[in-house]
Write a protein that binds this ligand. Structure first.
Ligand code: AMP
Ligand code: MG
Length: 486
C-alpha cells in the first residue's frame, strides 16, 4: 500500500515508548517468512517492533480510509494507530508489516494512537488461533509491551502488535476515494483498484470486459467463504464495519471478538453493540450488506449497475455452498449429488443445529465429542455417552443420534468420519482463557500467552496434558464484558 504514493498514505514516525520489552515472539512465523533471526531477537528488533526506531530504508506510513460503522456512514477514519513499515519480500510472497499501537497519526481523530496490553494479547493470540484453524487471517509476528500508562475505562499499559498480511486494504479504502467525488477521487479509486488487481490477484483471470466487476465478484466469493468458515467454528467478529473488512477476505482487526461457548445463534459478543447488528447469526447478512457498500464505491469504475449487481450475486450461492460443506464436514458427511439425498442431509443438519440452540449446548465440545463418537456405531459406547451428556432432553437427542447413525451406515463415508477430528477443533480461544493470560501478563508473567499460543497453533491435536483448556468455561466467564474499547 505504501507503494501507492502520498494520496493514499502519509509518512509518520512511530512514537517511542519507555522501557519496551518482549511479550511474545512468533518465531515460527518469522522462520516461515524467512525473516532475519535478529528481527525477533535482540535489542534492535525490540526497538523497531516497539516503535522506538526503524531499520535503515524503512519508512512508516499510515493510510487513509473511510467506512460505514454500525450501518452509518462514518466519513474519514484511516489508520489511527496502525503504521505500515513497508512491504517485505518473503518466500510466501510480498507481505506488509504493520505496527498497531505505535502512536498518533493524522487519522487518530480523538484517539491516543495506542493499544493496551489486554486487547493486544487478544489480537496476537486470535490471529494465530485463526491461522491454526486454517481460516484466512492477518498474522501476528510479535507483541511488545511498555509500562506507558494508557487510559481506557481504567488505567492500563501500552502494547504494540506487529502484524503481517499480503495487504491490509479494506473495503473502506475504496469507499474513501469513491466519496471524494472530484475527478482526482475517481482517478485514485482506479489507481487503488488497479493496484489491488495487479498485486493481489496476479494468478487470477481478469480478462473479462469489466475488471472492476470481476474484482467485486472475487471479493464477494472470498468474503462468502470467510463467513462460512467463521460460522463453522462459532467465531463472532464483533465489529464488522466496512473499515474492518479485508479486500482479500482475511479476518482483520481483532477487537471484541468471541468464539461461541454455548450455541446461541443470536449471541452478541460486543458489549457496545446494543442492537445486536453483529450477532453471530447476522454475520453472513452483514457481510453481504458490506459488499453492497463496496459495490457502491466501485460504481464509478464498474459504471453499469447491472454488472455490479451481477458481481454481488455469487455471494449467496458461494456462502450457501461453503456453509453447507463446512457443516457437513463437521458431521463427517460428504455432500450428496442426488438432490433428494442432499436435502435429507441438510434437514438432518438443521435439526441438529436447532437441538443445539434449544439447549445452548457448548458448540466446540459437542462437535469434538461427536467426532470421537461417530466412528463407533454402538450408541451404548462411552464415546456416544459422552455426547449424550451435553444434552438435557435425552429423547430428542437420542432420536436425532439414531437417524445420524443410520445415515452413516447407509452411506458410509469412512474418510469423512475420520476427518471430523481435523475440522472440529478441540481448542479455541475462549474469552476466559484469554482473560487468564492477560491477568498473568499484566503482572509481568507471559507464560500463559506462550501456552495458549502453542495450543492454538494446532487446535485439532489432543494435547492431553492441557485437557482443562478444552473444558466448559467457568461461571465467571459469563461476566467478562468485551467492548470496542481497546
Ligand atoms: P476499530 O474499531 O479498532 O476498527 O477502529 C476504528 C477507527 O478508529 C480506525 O480508524 C482506528 O484507527 C481508530 N482508532 C481506534 N482506536 C484508536 C486509538 N486508540 N487511537 C487512534 N485511533 C484509534
Ligand atoms: Mg479497525
Amino acid at each position: 500500500m505504501n507503494l501507492l504514493g502520498p494520496s493514499f498514505t502519509t509518512e509518520v514516525m512511530p512514537t517511542p515508548v519507555p522501557e519496551p520489552s518482549w511479550v511474545a515472539q512468533n518465531f515460527e512465523l518469522g522462520q516461515d517468512l524467512g525473516l532475519p533471526d535478529e528481527w525477533l531477537n535482540g535489542t534492535e528488533g525490540l526497538a523497531v517492533f516497539s516503535g522506538n526506531g526503524l531499520w535503515e530504508g524503512m519508512q512508516a506510513r499510515a493510510s487513509v480510509y473511510s467506512g460505514h460503522q454500525f450501518g452509518q456512514w462514518a466519513g474519514q477514519l484511516g489508520d489511527g494507530r496502525a503504521l505500515s513499515l513497508g512491504e517485505y519480500a518473503s518466500p510466501k510472497g510480498t507481505l506488509e508489516i504493520q505496527l498497531k499501537g505505535a502512536g498518533k497519526t493524522p487519522y487518530s481523530r480523538m484517539g491516543d494512537g495506542r493499544a493496551v496490553l489486554r486487547s493486544s494479547i487478544r489480537e496476537y493470540l486470535c490471529s494465530e488461533a485463526m491461522a491454526g484453524l486454517g481460516i484466512p487471517t492477518t498474522r501476528a509476528l510479535c507483541l511488545t509491551g511498555s509500562p506507558l500508562p494508557v487510559l481506557r475505562e481504567e488505567l492500563e499499559t501500552a502494547a504494540i502488535v506487529t502484524r503481517t498480511a499480503p495487504s491490509f486494504i479494506r473495503f473502506g479504502h475504496f469507499e474513501h476515494f469513491a466519496n471524494h467525488a472530484s475527478p482526482t477521487g475517481v482517478e485514485h479509486l482506479k489507481q487503488l483498484a488497479d493496484f489491488v488487481i495487479s498485486n493481489h490477484f496476479q494468478t487470477e483471470d481478469f480478462s473479462s470486459a469489466n475488471p472492476y466487476a470481476t474484482l467485486l465478484e472475487k471479493v464477494s466469493v472470498s468474503t462468502a467463504n470467510l463467513m462460512a468458515q467463521w460460522q463453522a467454528v462459532g467465531f463472532c467478529h464483533g465489529v464488522m464495519n466496512t473499515d474492518n473488512m479485508s479486500i482479500l477476505g482475511l479476518t482483520l482487526d481483532y477487537g471484541p471478538f468471541q468464539f461461541l461457548d454455548g450455541f446461541n445463534p443470536q449471541h452478541i459478543c460486543n458489549h457496545s453493540d446494543s442492537m445486536g447488528r453483529y450477532a453471530y447469526d447476522r454475520q453472513p447478512q452483514v457481510a453481504y450488506w458490506n459488499l453492497f457498500c463496496l459495490a457502491q464505491a466501485l460504481m464509478p469504475l464498474i459504471e453499469e449497475q447491472d454488472l455490479a449487481m451481477k458481481a454481488l450475486e455469487p455471494y449467496k450461492s458461494a456462502f450457501a455452498e461453503s456453509w453447507e460443506i463446512s457443516f457437513l464436514n463437521k458431521l463427517g458427511i460428504e455432500k450428496q449429488q442426488d438432490p433428494a439425498l442432499a436435502s435429507d442431509d441438510k434437514t438432518l443438519l438443521n435439526e441438529l443445529l436447532q437441538l443445539l440452540a434449544n439447549e445452548q449446548v457448548d458448540f466446540t465440545i459437542f462437535w469434538r465429542r461427536l467426532s470421537h463418537a461417530a466412528p463407533t456405531t454402538q450408541a451404548a459406547s462411552s464415546e456416544w455417552q459422552s455426547v449424550a451428556d451435553v444434552f438435557i432432553d435425552q429423547s430428542a437427542w437420542g432420536e436425532w443420534r439414531d437417524r445420524y447413525l443410520s445415515r452413516l451406515q447407509t452411506r458410509p463415508s469412512a474418510l469423512a468420519v475420520r476427518q471430523m477430528l481435523q475440522v472440529n477443533p478441540k481448542y479455541i480461544l475462549r474469552n476466559h482463557l484469554a482473560e487468564a493470560a492477560i491477568q498473568k501478563s499484566k503482572k509481568g508473567d507471559h507464560s500463559e500467552v506462550d501456552t495458549l499460543f502453542k495450543l492454538l497453533q494446532s487446535p485439532f491435536e489432543e494435547h492431553s496434558q492441557f485437557e482443562n483448556y478444552a473444558n466448559l468455561p467457568p461461571d465467571w466467564a459469563a461476566n467478562i464484558e468485551i467492548s470496542c474499547s481497546s
